[in-house]
Design a protein around this ligand. Structure first.
Ligand SMILES: Cc1cc2nc3c(=O)[nH]c(=O)nc-3n(C[C@H](O)[C@H](O)[C@H](O)COP(=O)(O)OP(=O)(O)OC[C@H]3O[C@@H](n4cnc5c(N)ncnc54)[C@H](O)[C@@H]3O)c2cc1C
Length: 392
């Protein structure tokens, strides 16, 4: 573990410090930064080993259902994602998706749903996915068209979802469908769909710059019992937003882990690479870069752990989570770019750590709300508060 002074910040408790240090030791021993070629097999193996080692208990809520605590501990989620991301983007992905994919069940599921799904997720025996986006409903989620028609004690789903992480390897998907109780965001419901449900299929696998399982899904006359609905009818949008309020901060934490790894790599390279009769780190131009990278990382970390701490204290963190995600992901992109620059030609060689990080960070600025969406969330919240205060 490199610089760990941030673990002493008042946002964290002693149990968080212990968690971060023991996970770092475990990851150093068990997780390689370089990945194999078969991303599906690699992901399945990572879920199994994260489950067997007990880390996935932190991805679900409810001690009686296999969770490490009754409510999801946002600071633990963030520390785990940050630490795993520093070691391996795919390990972070495998952990994060167990949490995001089952998050709706942890937050709003029935006792029976929690019993059937959460324990298996926590043990790494079932792989989870979160299916909200559609080809014509990404940033504008409320425009979703995937239809859920009530037929007796079933919902019949027809439509598509896309960009679904773990698509193709998940055992179940929390799918958001338009059930039409009211227009727009108030007519959406969340349903757990098992991957072997007749009418459910993987329409297309999608390859992206930092490979991980990703797919477009299709439901055709797919009948799901009403007992699989998570939360009340028409309340699916709220369930999705509650889930994202927890996991958006953890995306920022993953970006932080990538940025920390990039700075560690840059420091190691800059202090070894000889040129013009000294090492690269002796040049003030390099020092300015390193100083900016470290400051960007600390600013992001402060926002990440503030948002996580506030949520764990029961506060609404819509604004704080958006600030953390925007600053951490945009900042990490710049830190990683600077690290590639410090490496010179070596920085763009396939599978060198900084080259991997350069590809891995990119989609974090887009998913779970693009940076522009975070800007709108922050501004809307500011303006609402300004209006409510009646300040002229
Ligand atoms: C690698 C990856 C994994 C993903 N995993 C999942 C998953 O597991 N589950 C899931 O449901 N979805 C997932 N997504 C989908 C992701 O959430 C969407 O890609 C994202 O919400 C953006 O939607 P879009 O791609 O349709 O872009 P669009 O909505 O078309 O937006 C395009 C761009 O427009 C800009 N923009 C958006 N809104 C505004 C605005 N109001 N003003 C100005 N500019 C704006 C932004 O720059 C944005 O990037 C994943 C995406 C990626 C890339």
């Amino acid at each position: 573990m490199a610089d760990t002074r941030y673990l002493d910040w008042p946002f964290l408790d002693e149990r968080h410090r212990v968690l971060a240090r023991s996970l770092d030791a475990w990851a150093t021993e068990h997780i390689a930064h370089a990945h194999g070629l078969d991303v599906d097999a690699e992901c399945r193996a990572l879920v199994r080993s994260l489950g067997a080692a007990g880390w996935l208990h932190h991805a679900v809520g409810g001690i009686e259902y296999g969770g490490a605590s009754d409510a999801l501990d946002t600071r633990a989620l963030c520390l785990i994602r940050e630490t795993l991301a520093r070691h391996s983007g795919l390990a972070d992905f495998a952990f994060a998706m167990q949490g995001l994919g089952s998050g709706a069940i942890s937050l709003a599921g029935t006792g029976d749903q929690k019993q059937r799904y959460l324990a298996r997720v926590a043990q790494g025996e079932a792989i989870a996915a979160f299916a909200l986006s559609e080809p014509d409903a990404g940033s504008d989620v409320a425009a979703m068209a995937c239809a859920g028609r009530i037929d007796g004690d079933h919902v019949v789903i027809d439509g598509e979802k896309t960009w679904i992480s773990n698509g193709g390897i998940a055992d179940f998907y929390v799918v958001f469908v338009r059930t039409g109780e009211a227009p727009g965001a108030r007519g959406i419901s969340a349903l757990v769909v098992d991957a072997d449900t007749p009418g459910f299929e993987i329409a297309e696998r999608i390859e992206v710059i930092a490979p991980h399982p990703l797919a477009r899904l299709r439901c055709t006359n797919c009948r799901v019992p009403l007992t699989q609905r998570v939360g009340a009818a028409g309340e699916g949008f709220k369930v999705a937003m509650r889930t994202l309020d927890v996991f958006r901060t953890s995306v920022a934490a993953a970006a932080l882990g990538f940025a920390r790894r990039a700075l560690d790599e840059a420091l190691a390279r800059a202090t070894r690479r000889r040129m013009f009769n000294q090492v690269l780190a002796d040049f003030q131009l390099t020092q300015a870069k390193l100083a900016q990278m470290a400051t960007t990382i600390d600013s992001a970390a402060l926002l990440v752990y503030r948002a996580a701490w506030m949520r764990d204290r029961g506060h609404s963190v819509t604004r704080e989570a958006a600030m953390a995600k925007m600053v951490a992901t945009e900042g990490a992109q710049k830190v990683i770019d600077d690290a590639v620059q410090i490496f010179g030609g070596l920085g763009v060689v396939s599978e060198v750590p900084v080259e991997r990080l350069y590809r891995e960070i990119r989609s974090l600025r887009i998913y779970e709300g693009a940076t522009e969406v975070q800007q709108l969330i922050i501004a809307r919240d500011l303006l609402k508060e300004f209006g409510a205060a009646g300040v002229k």
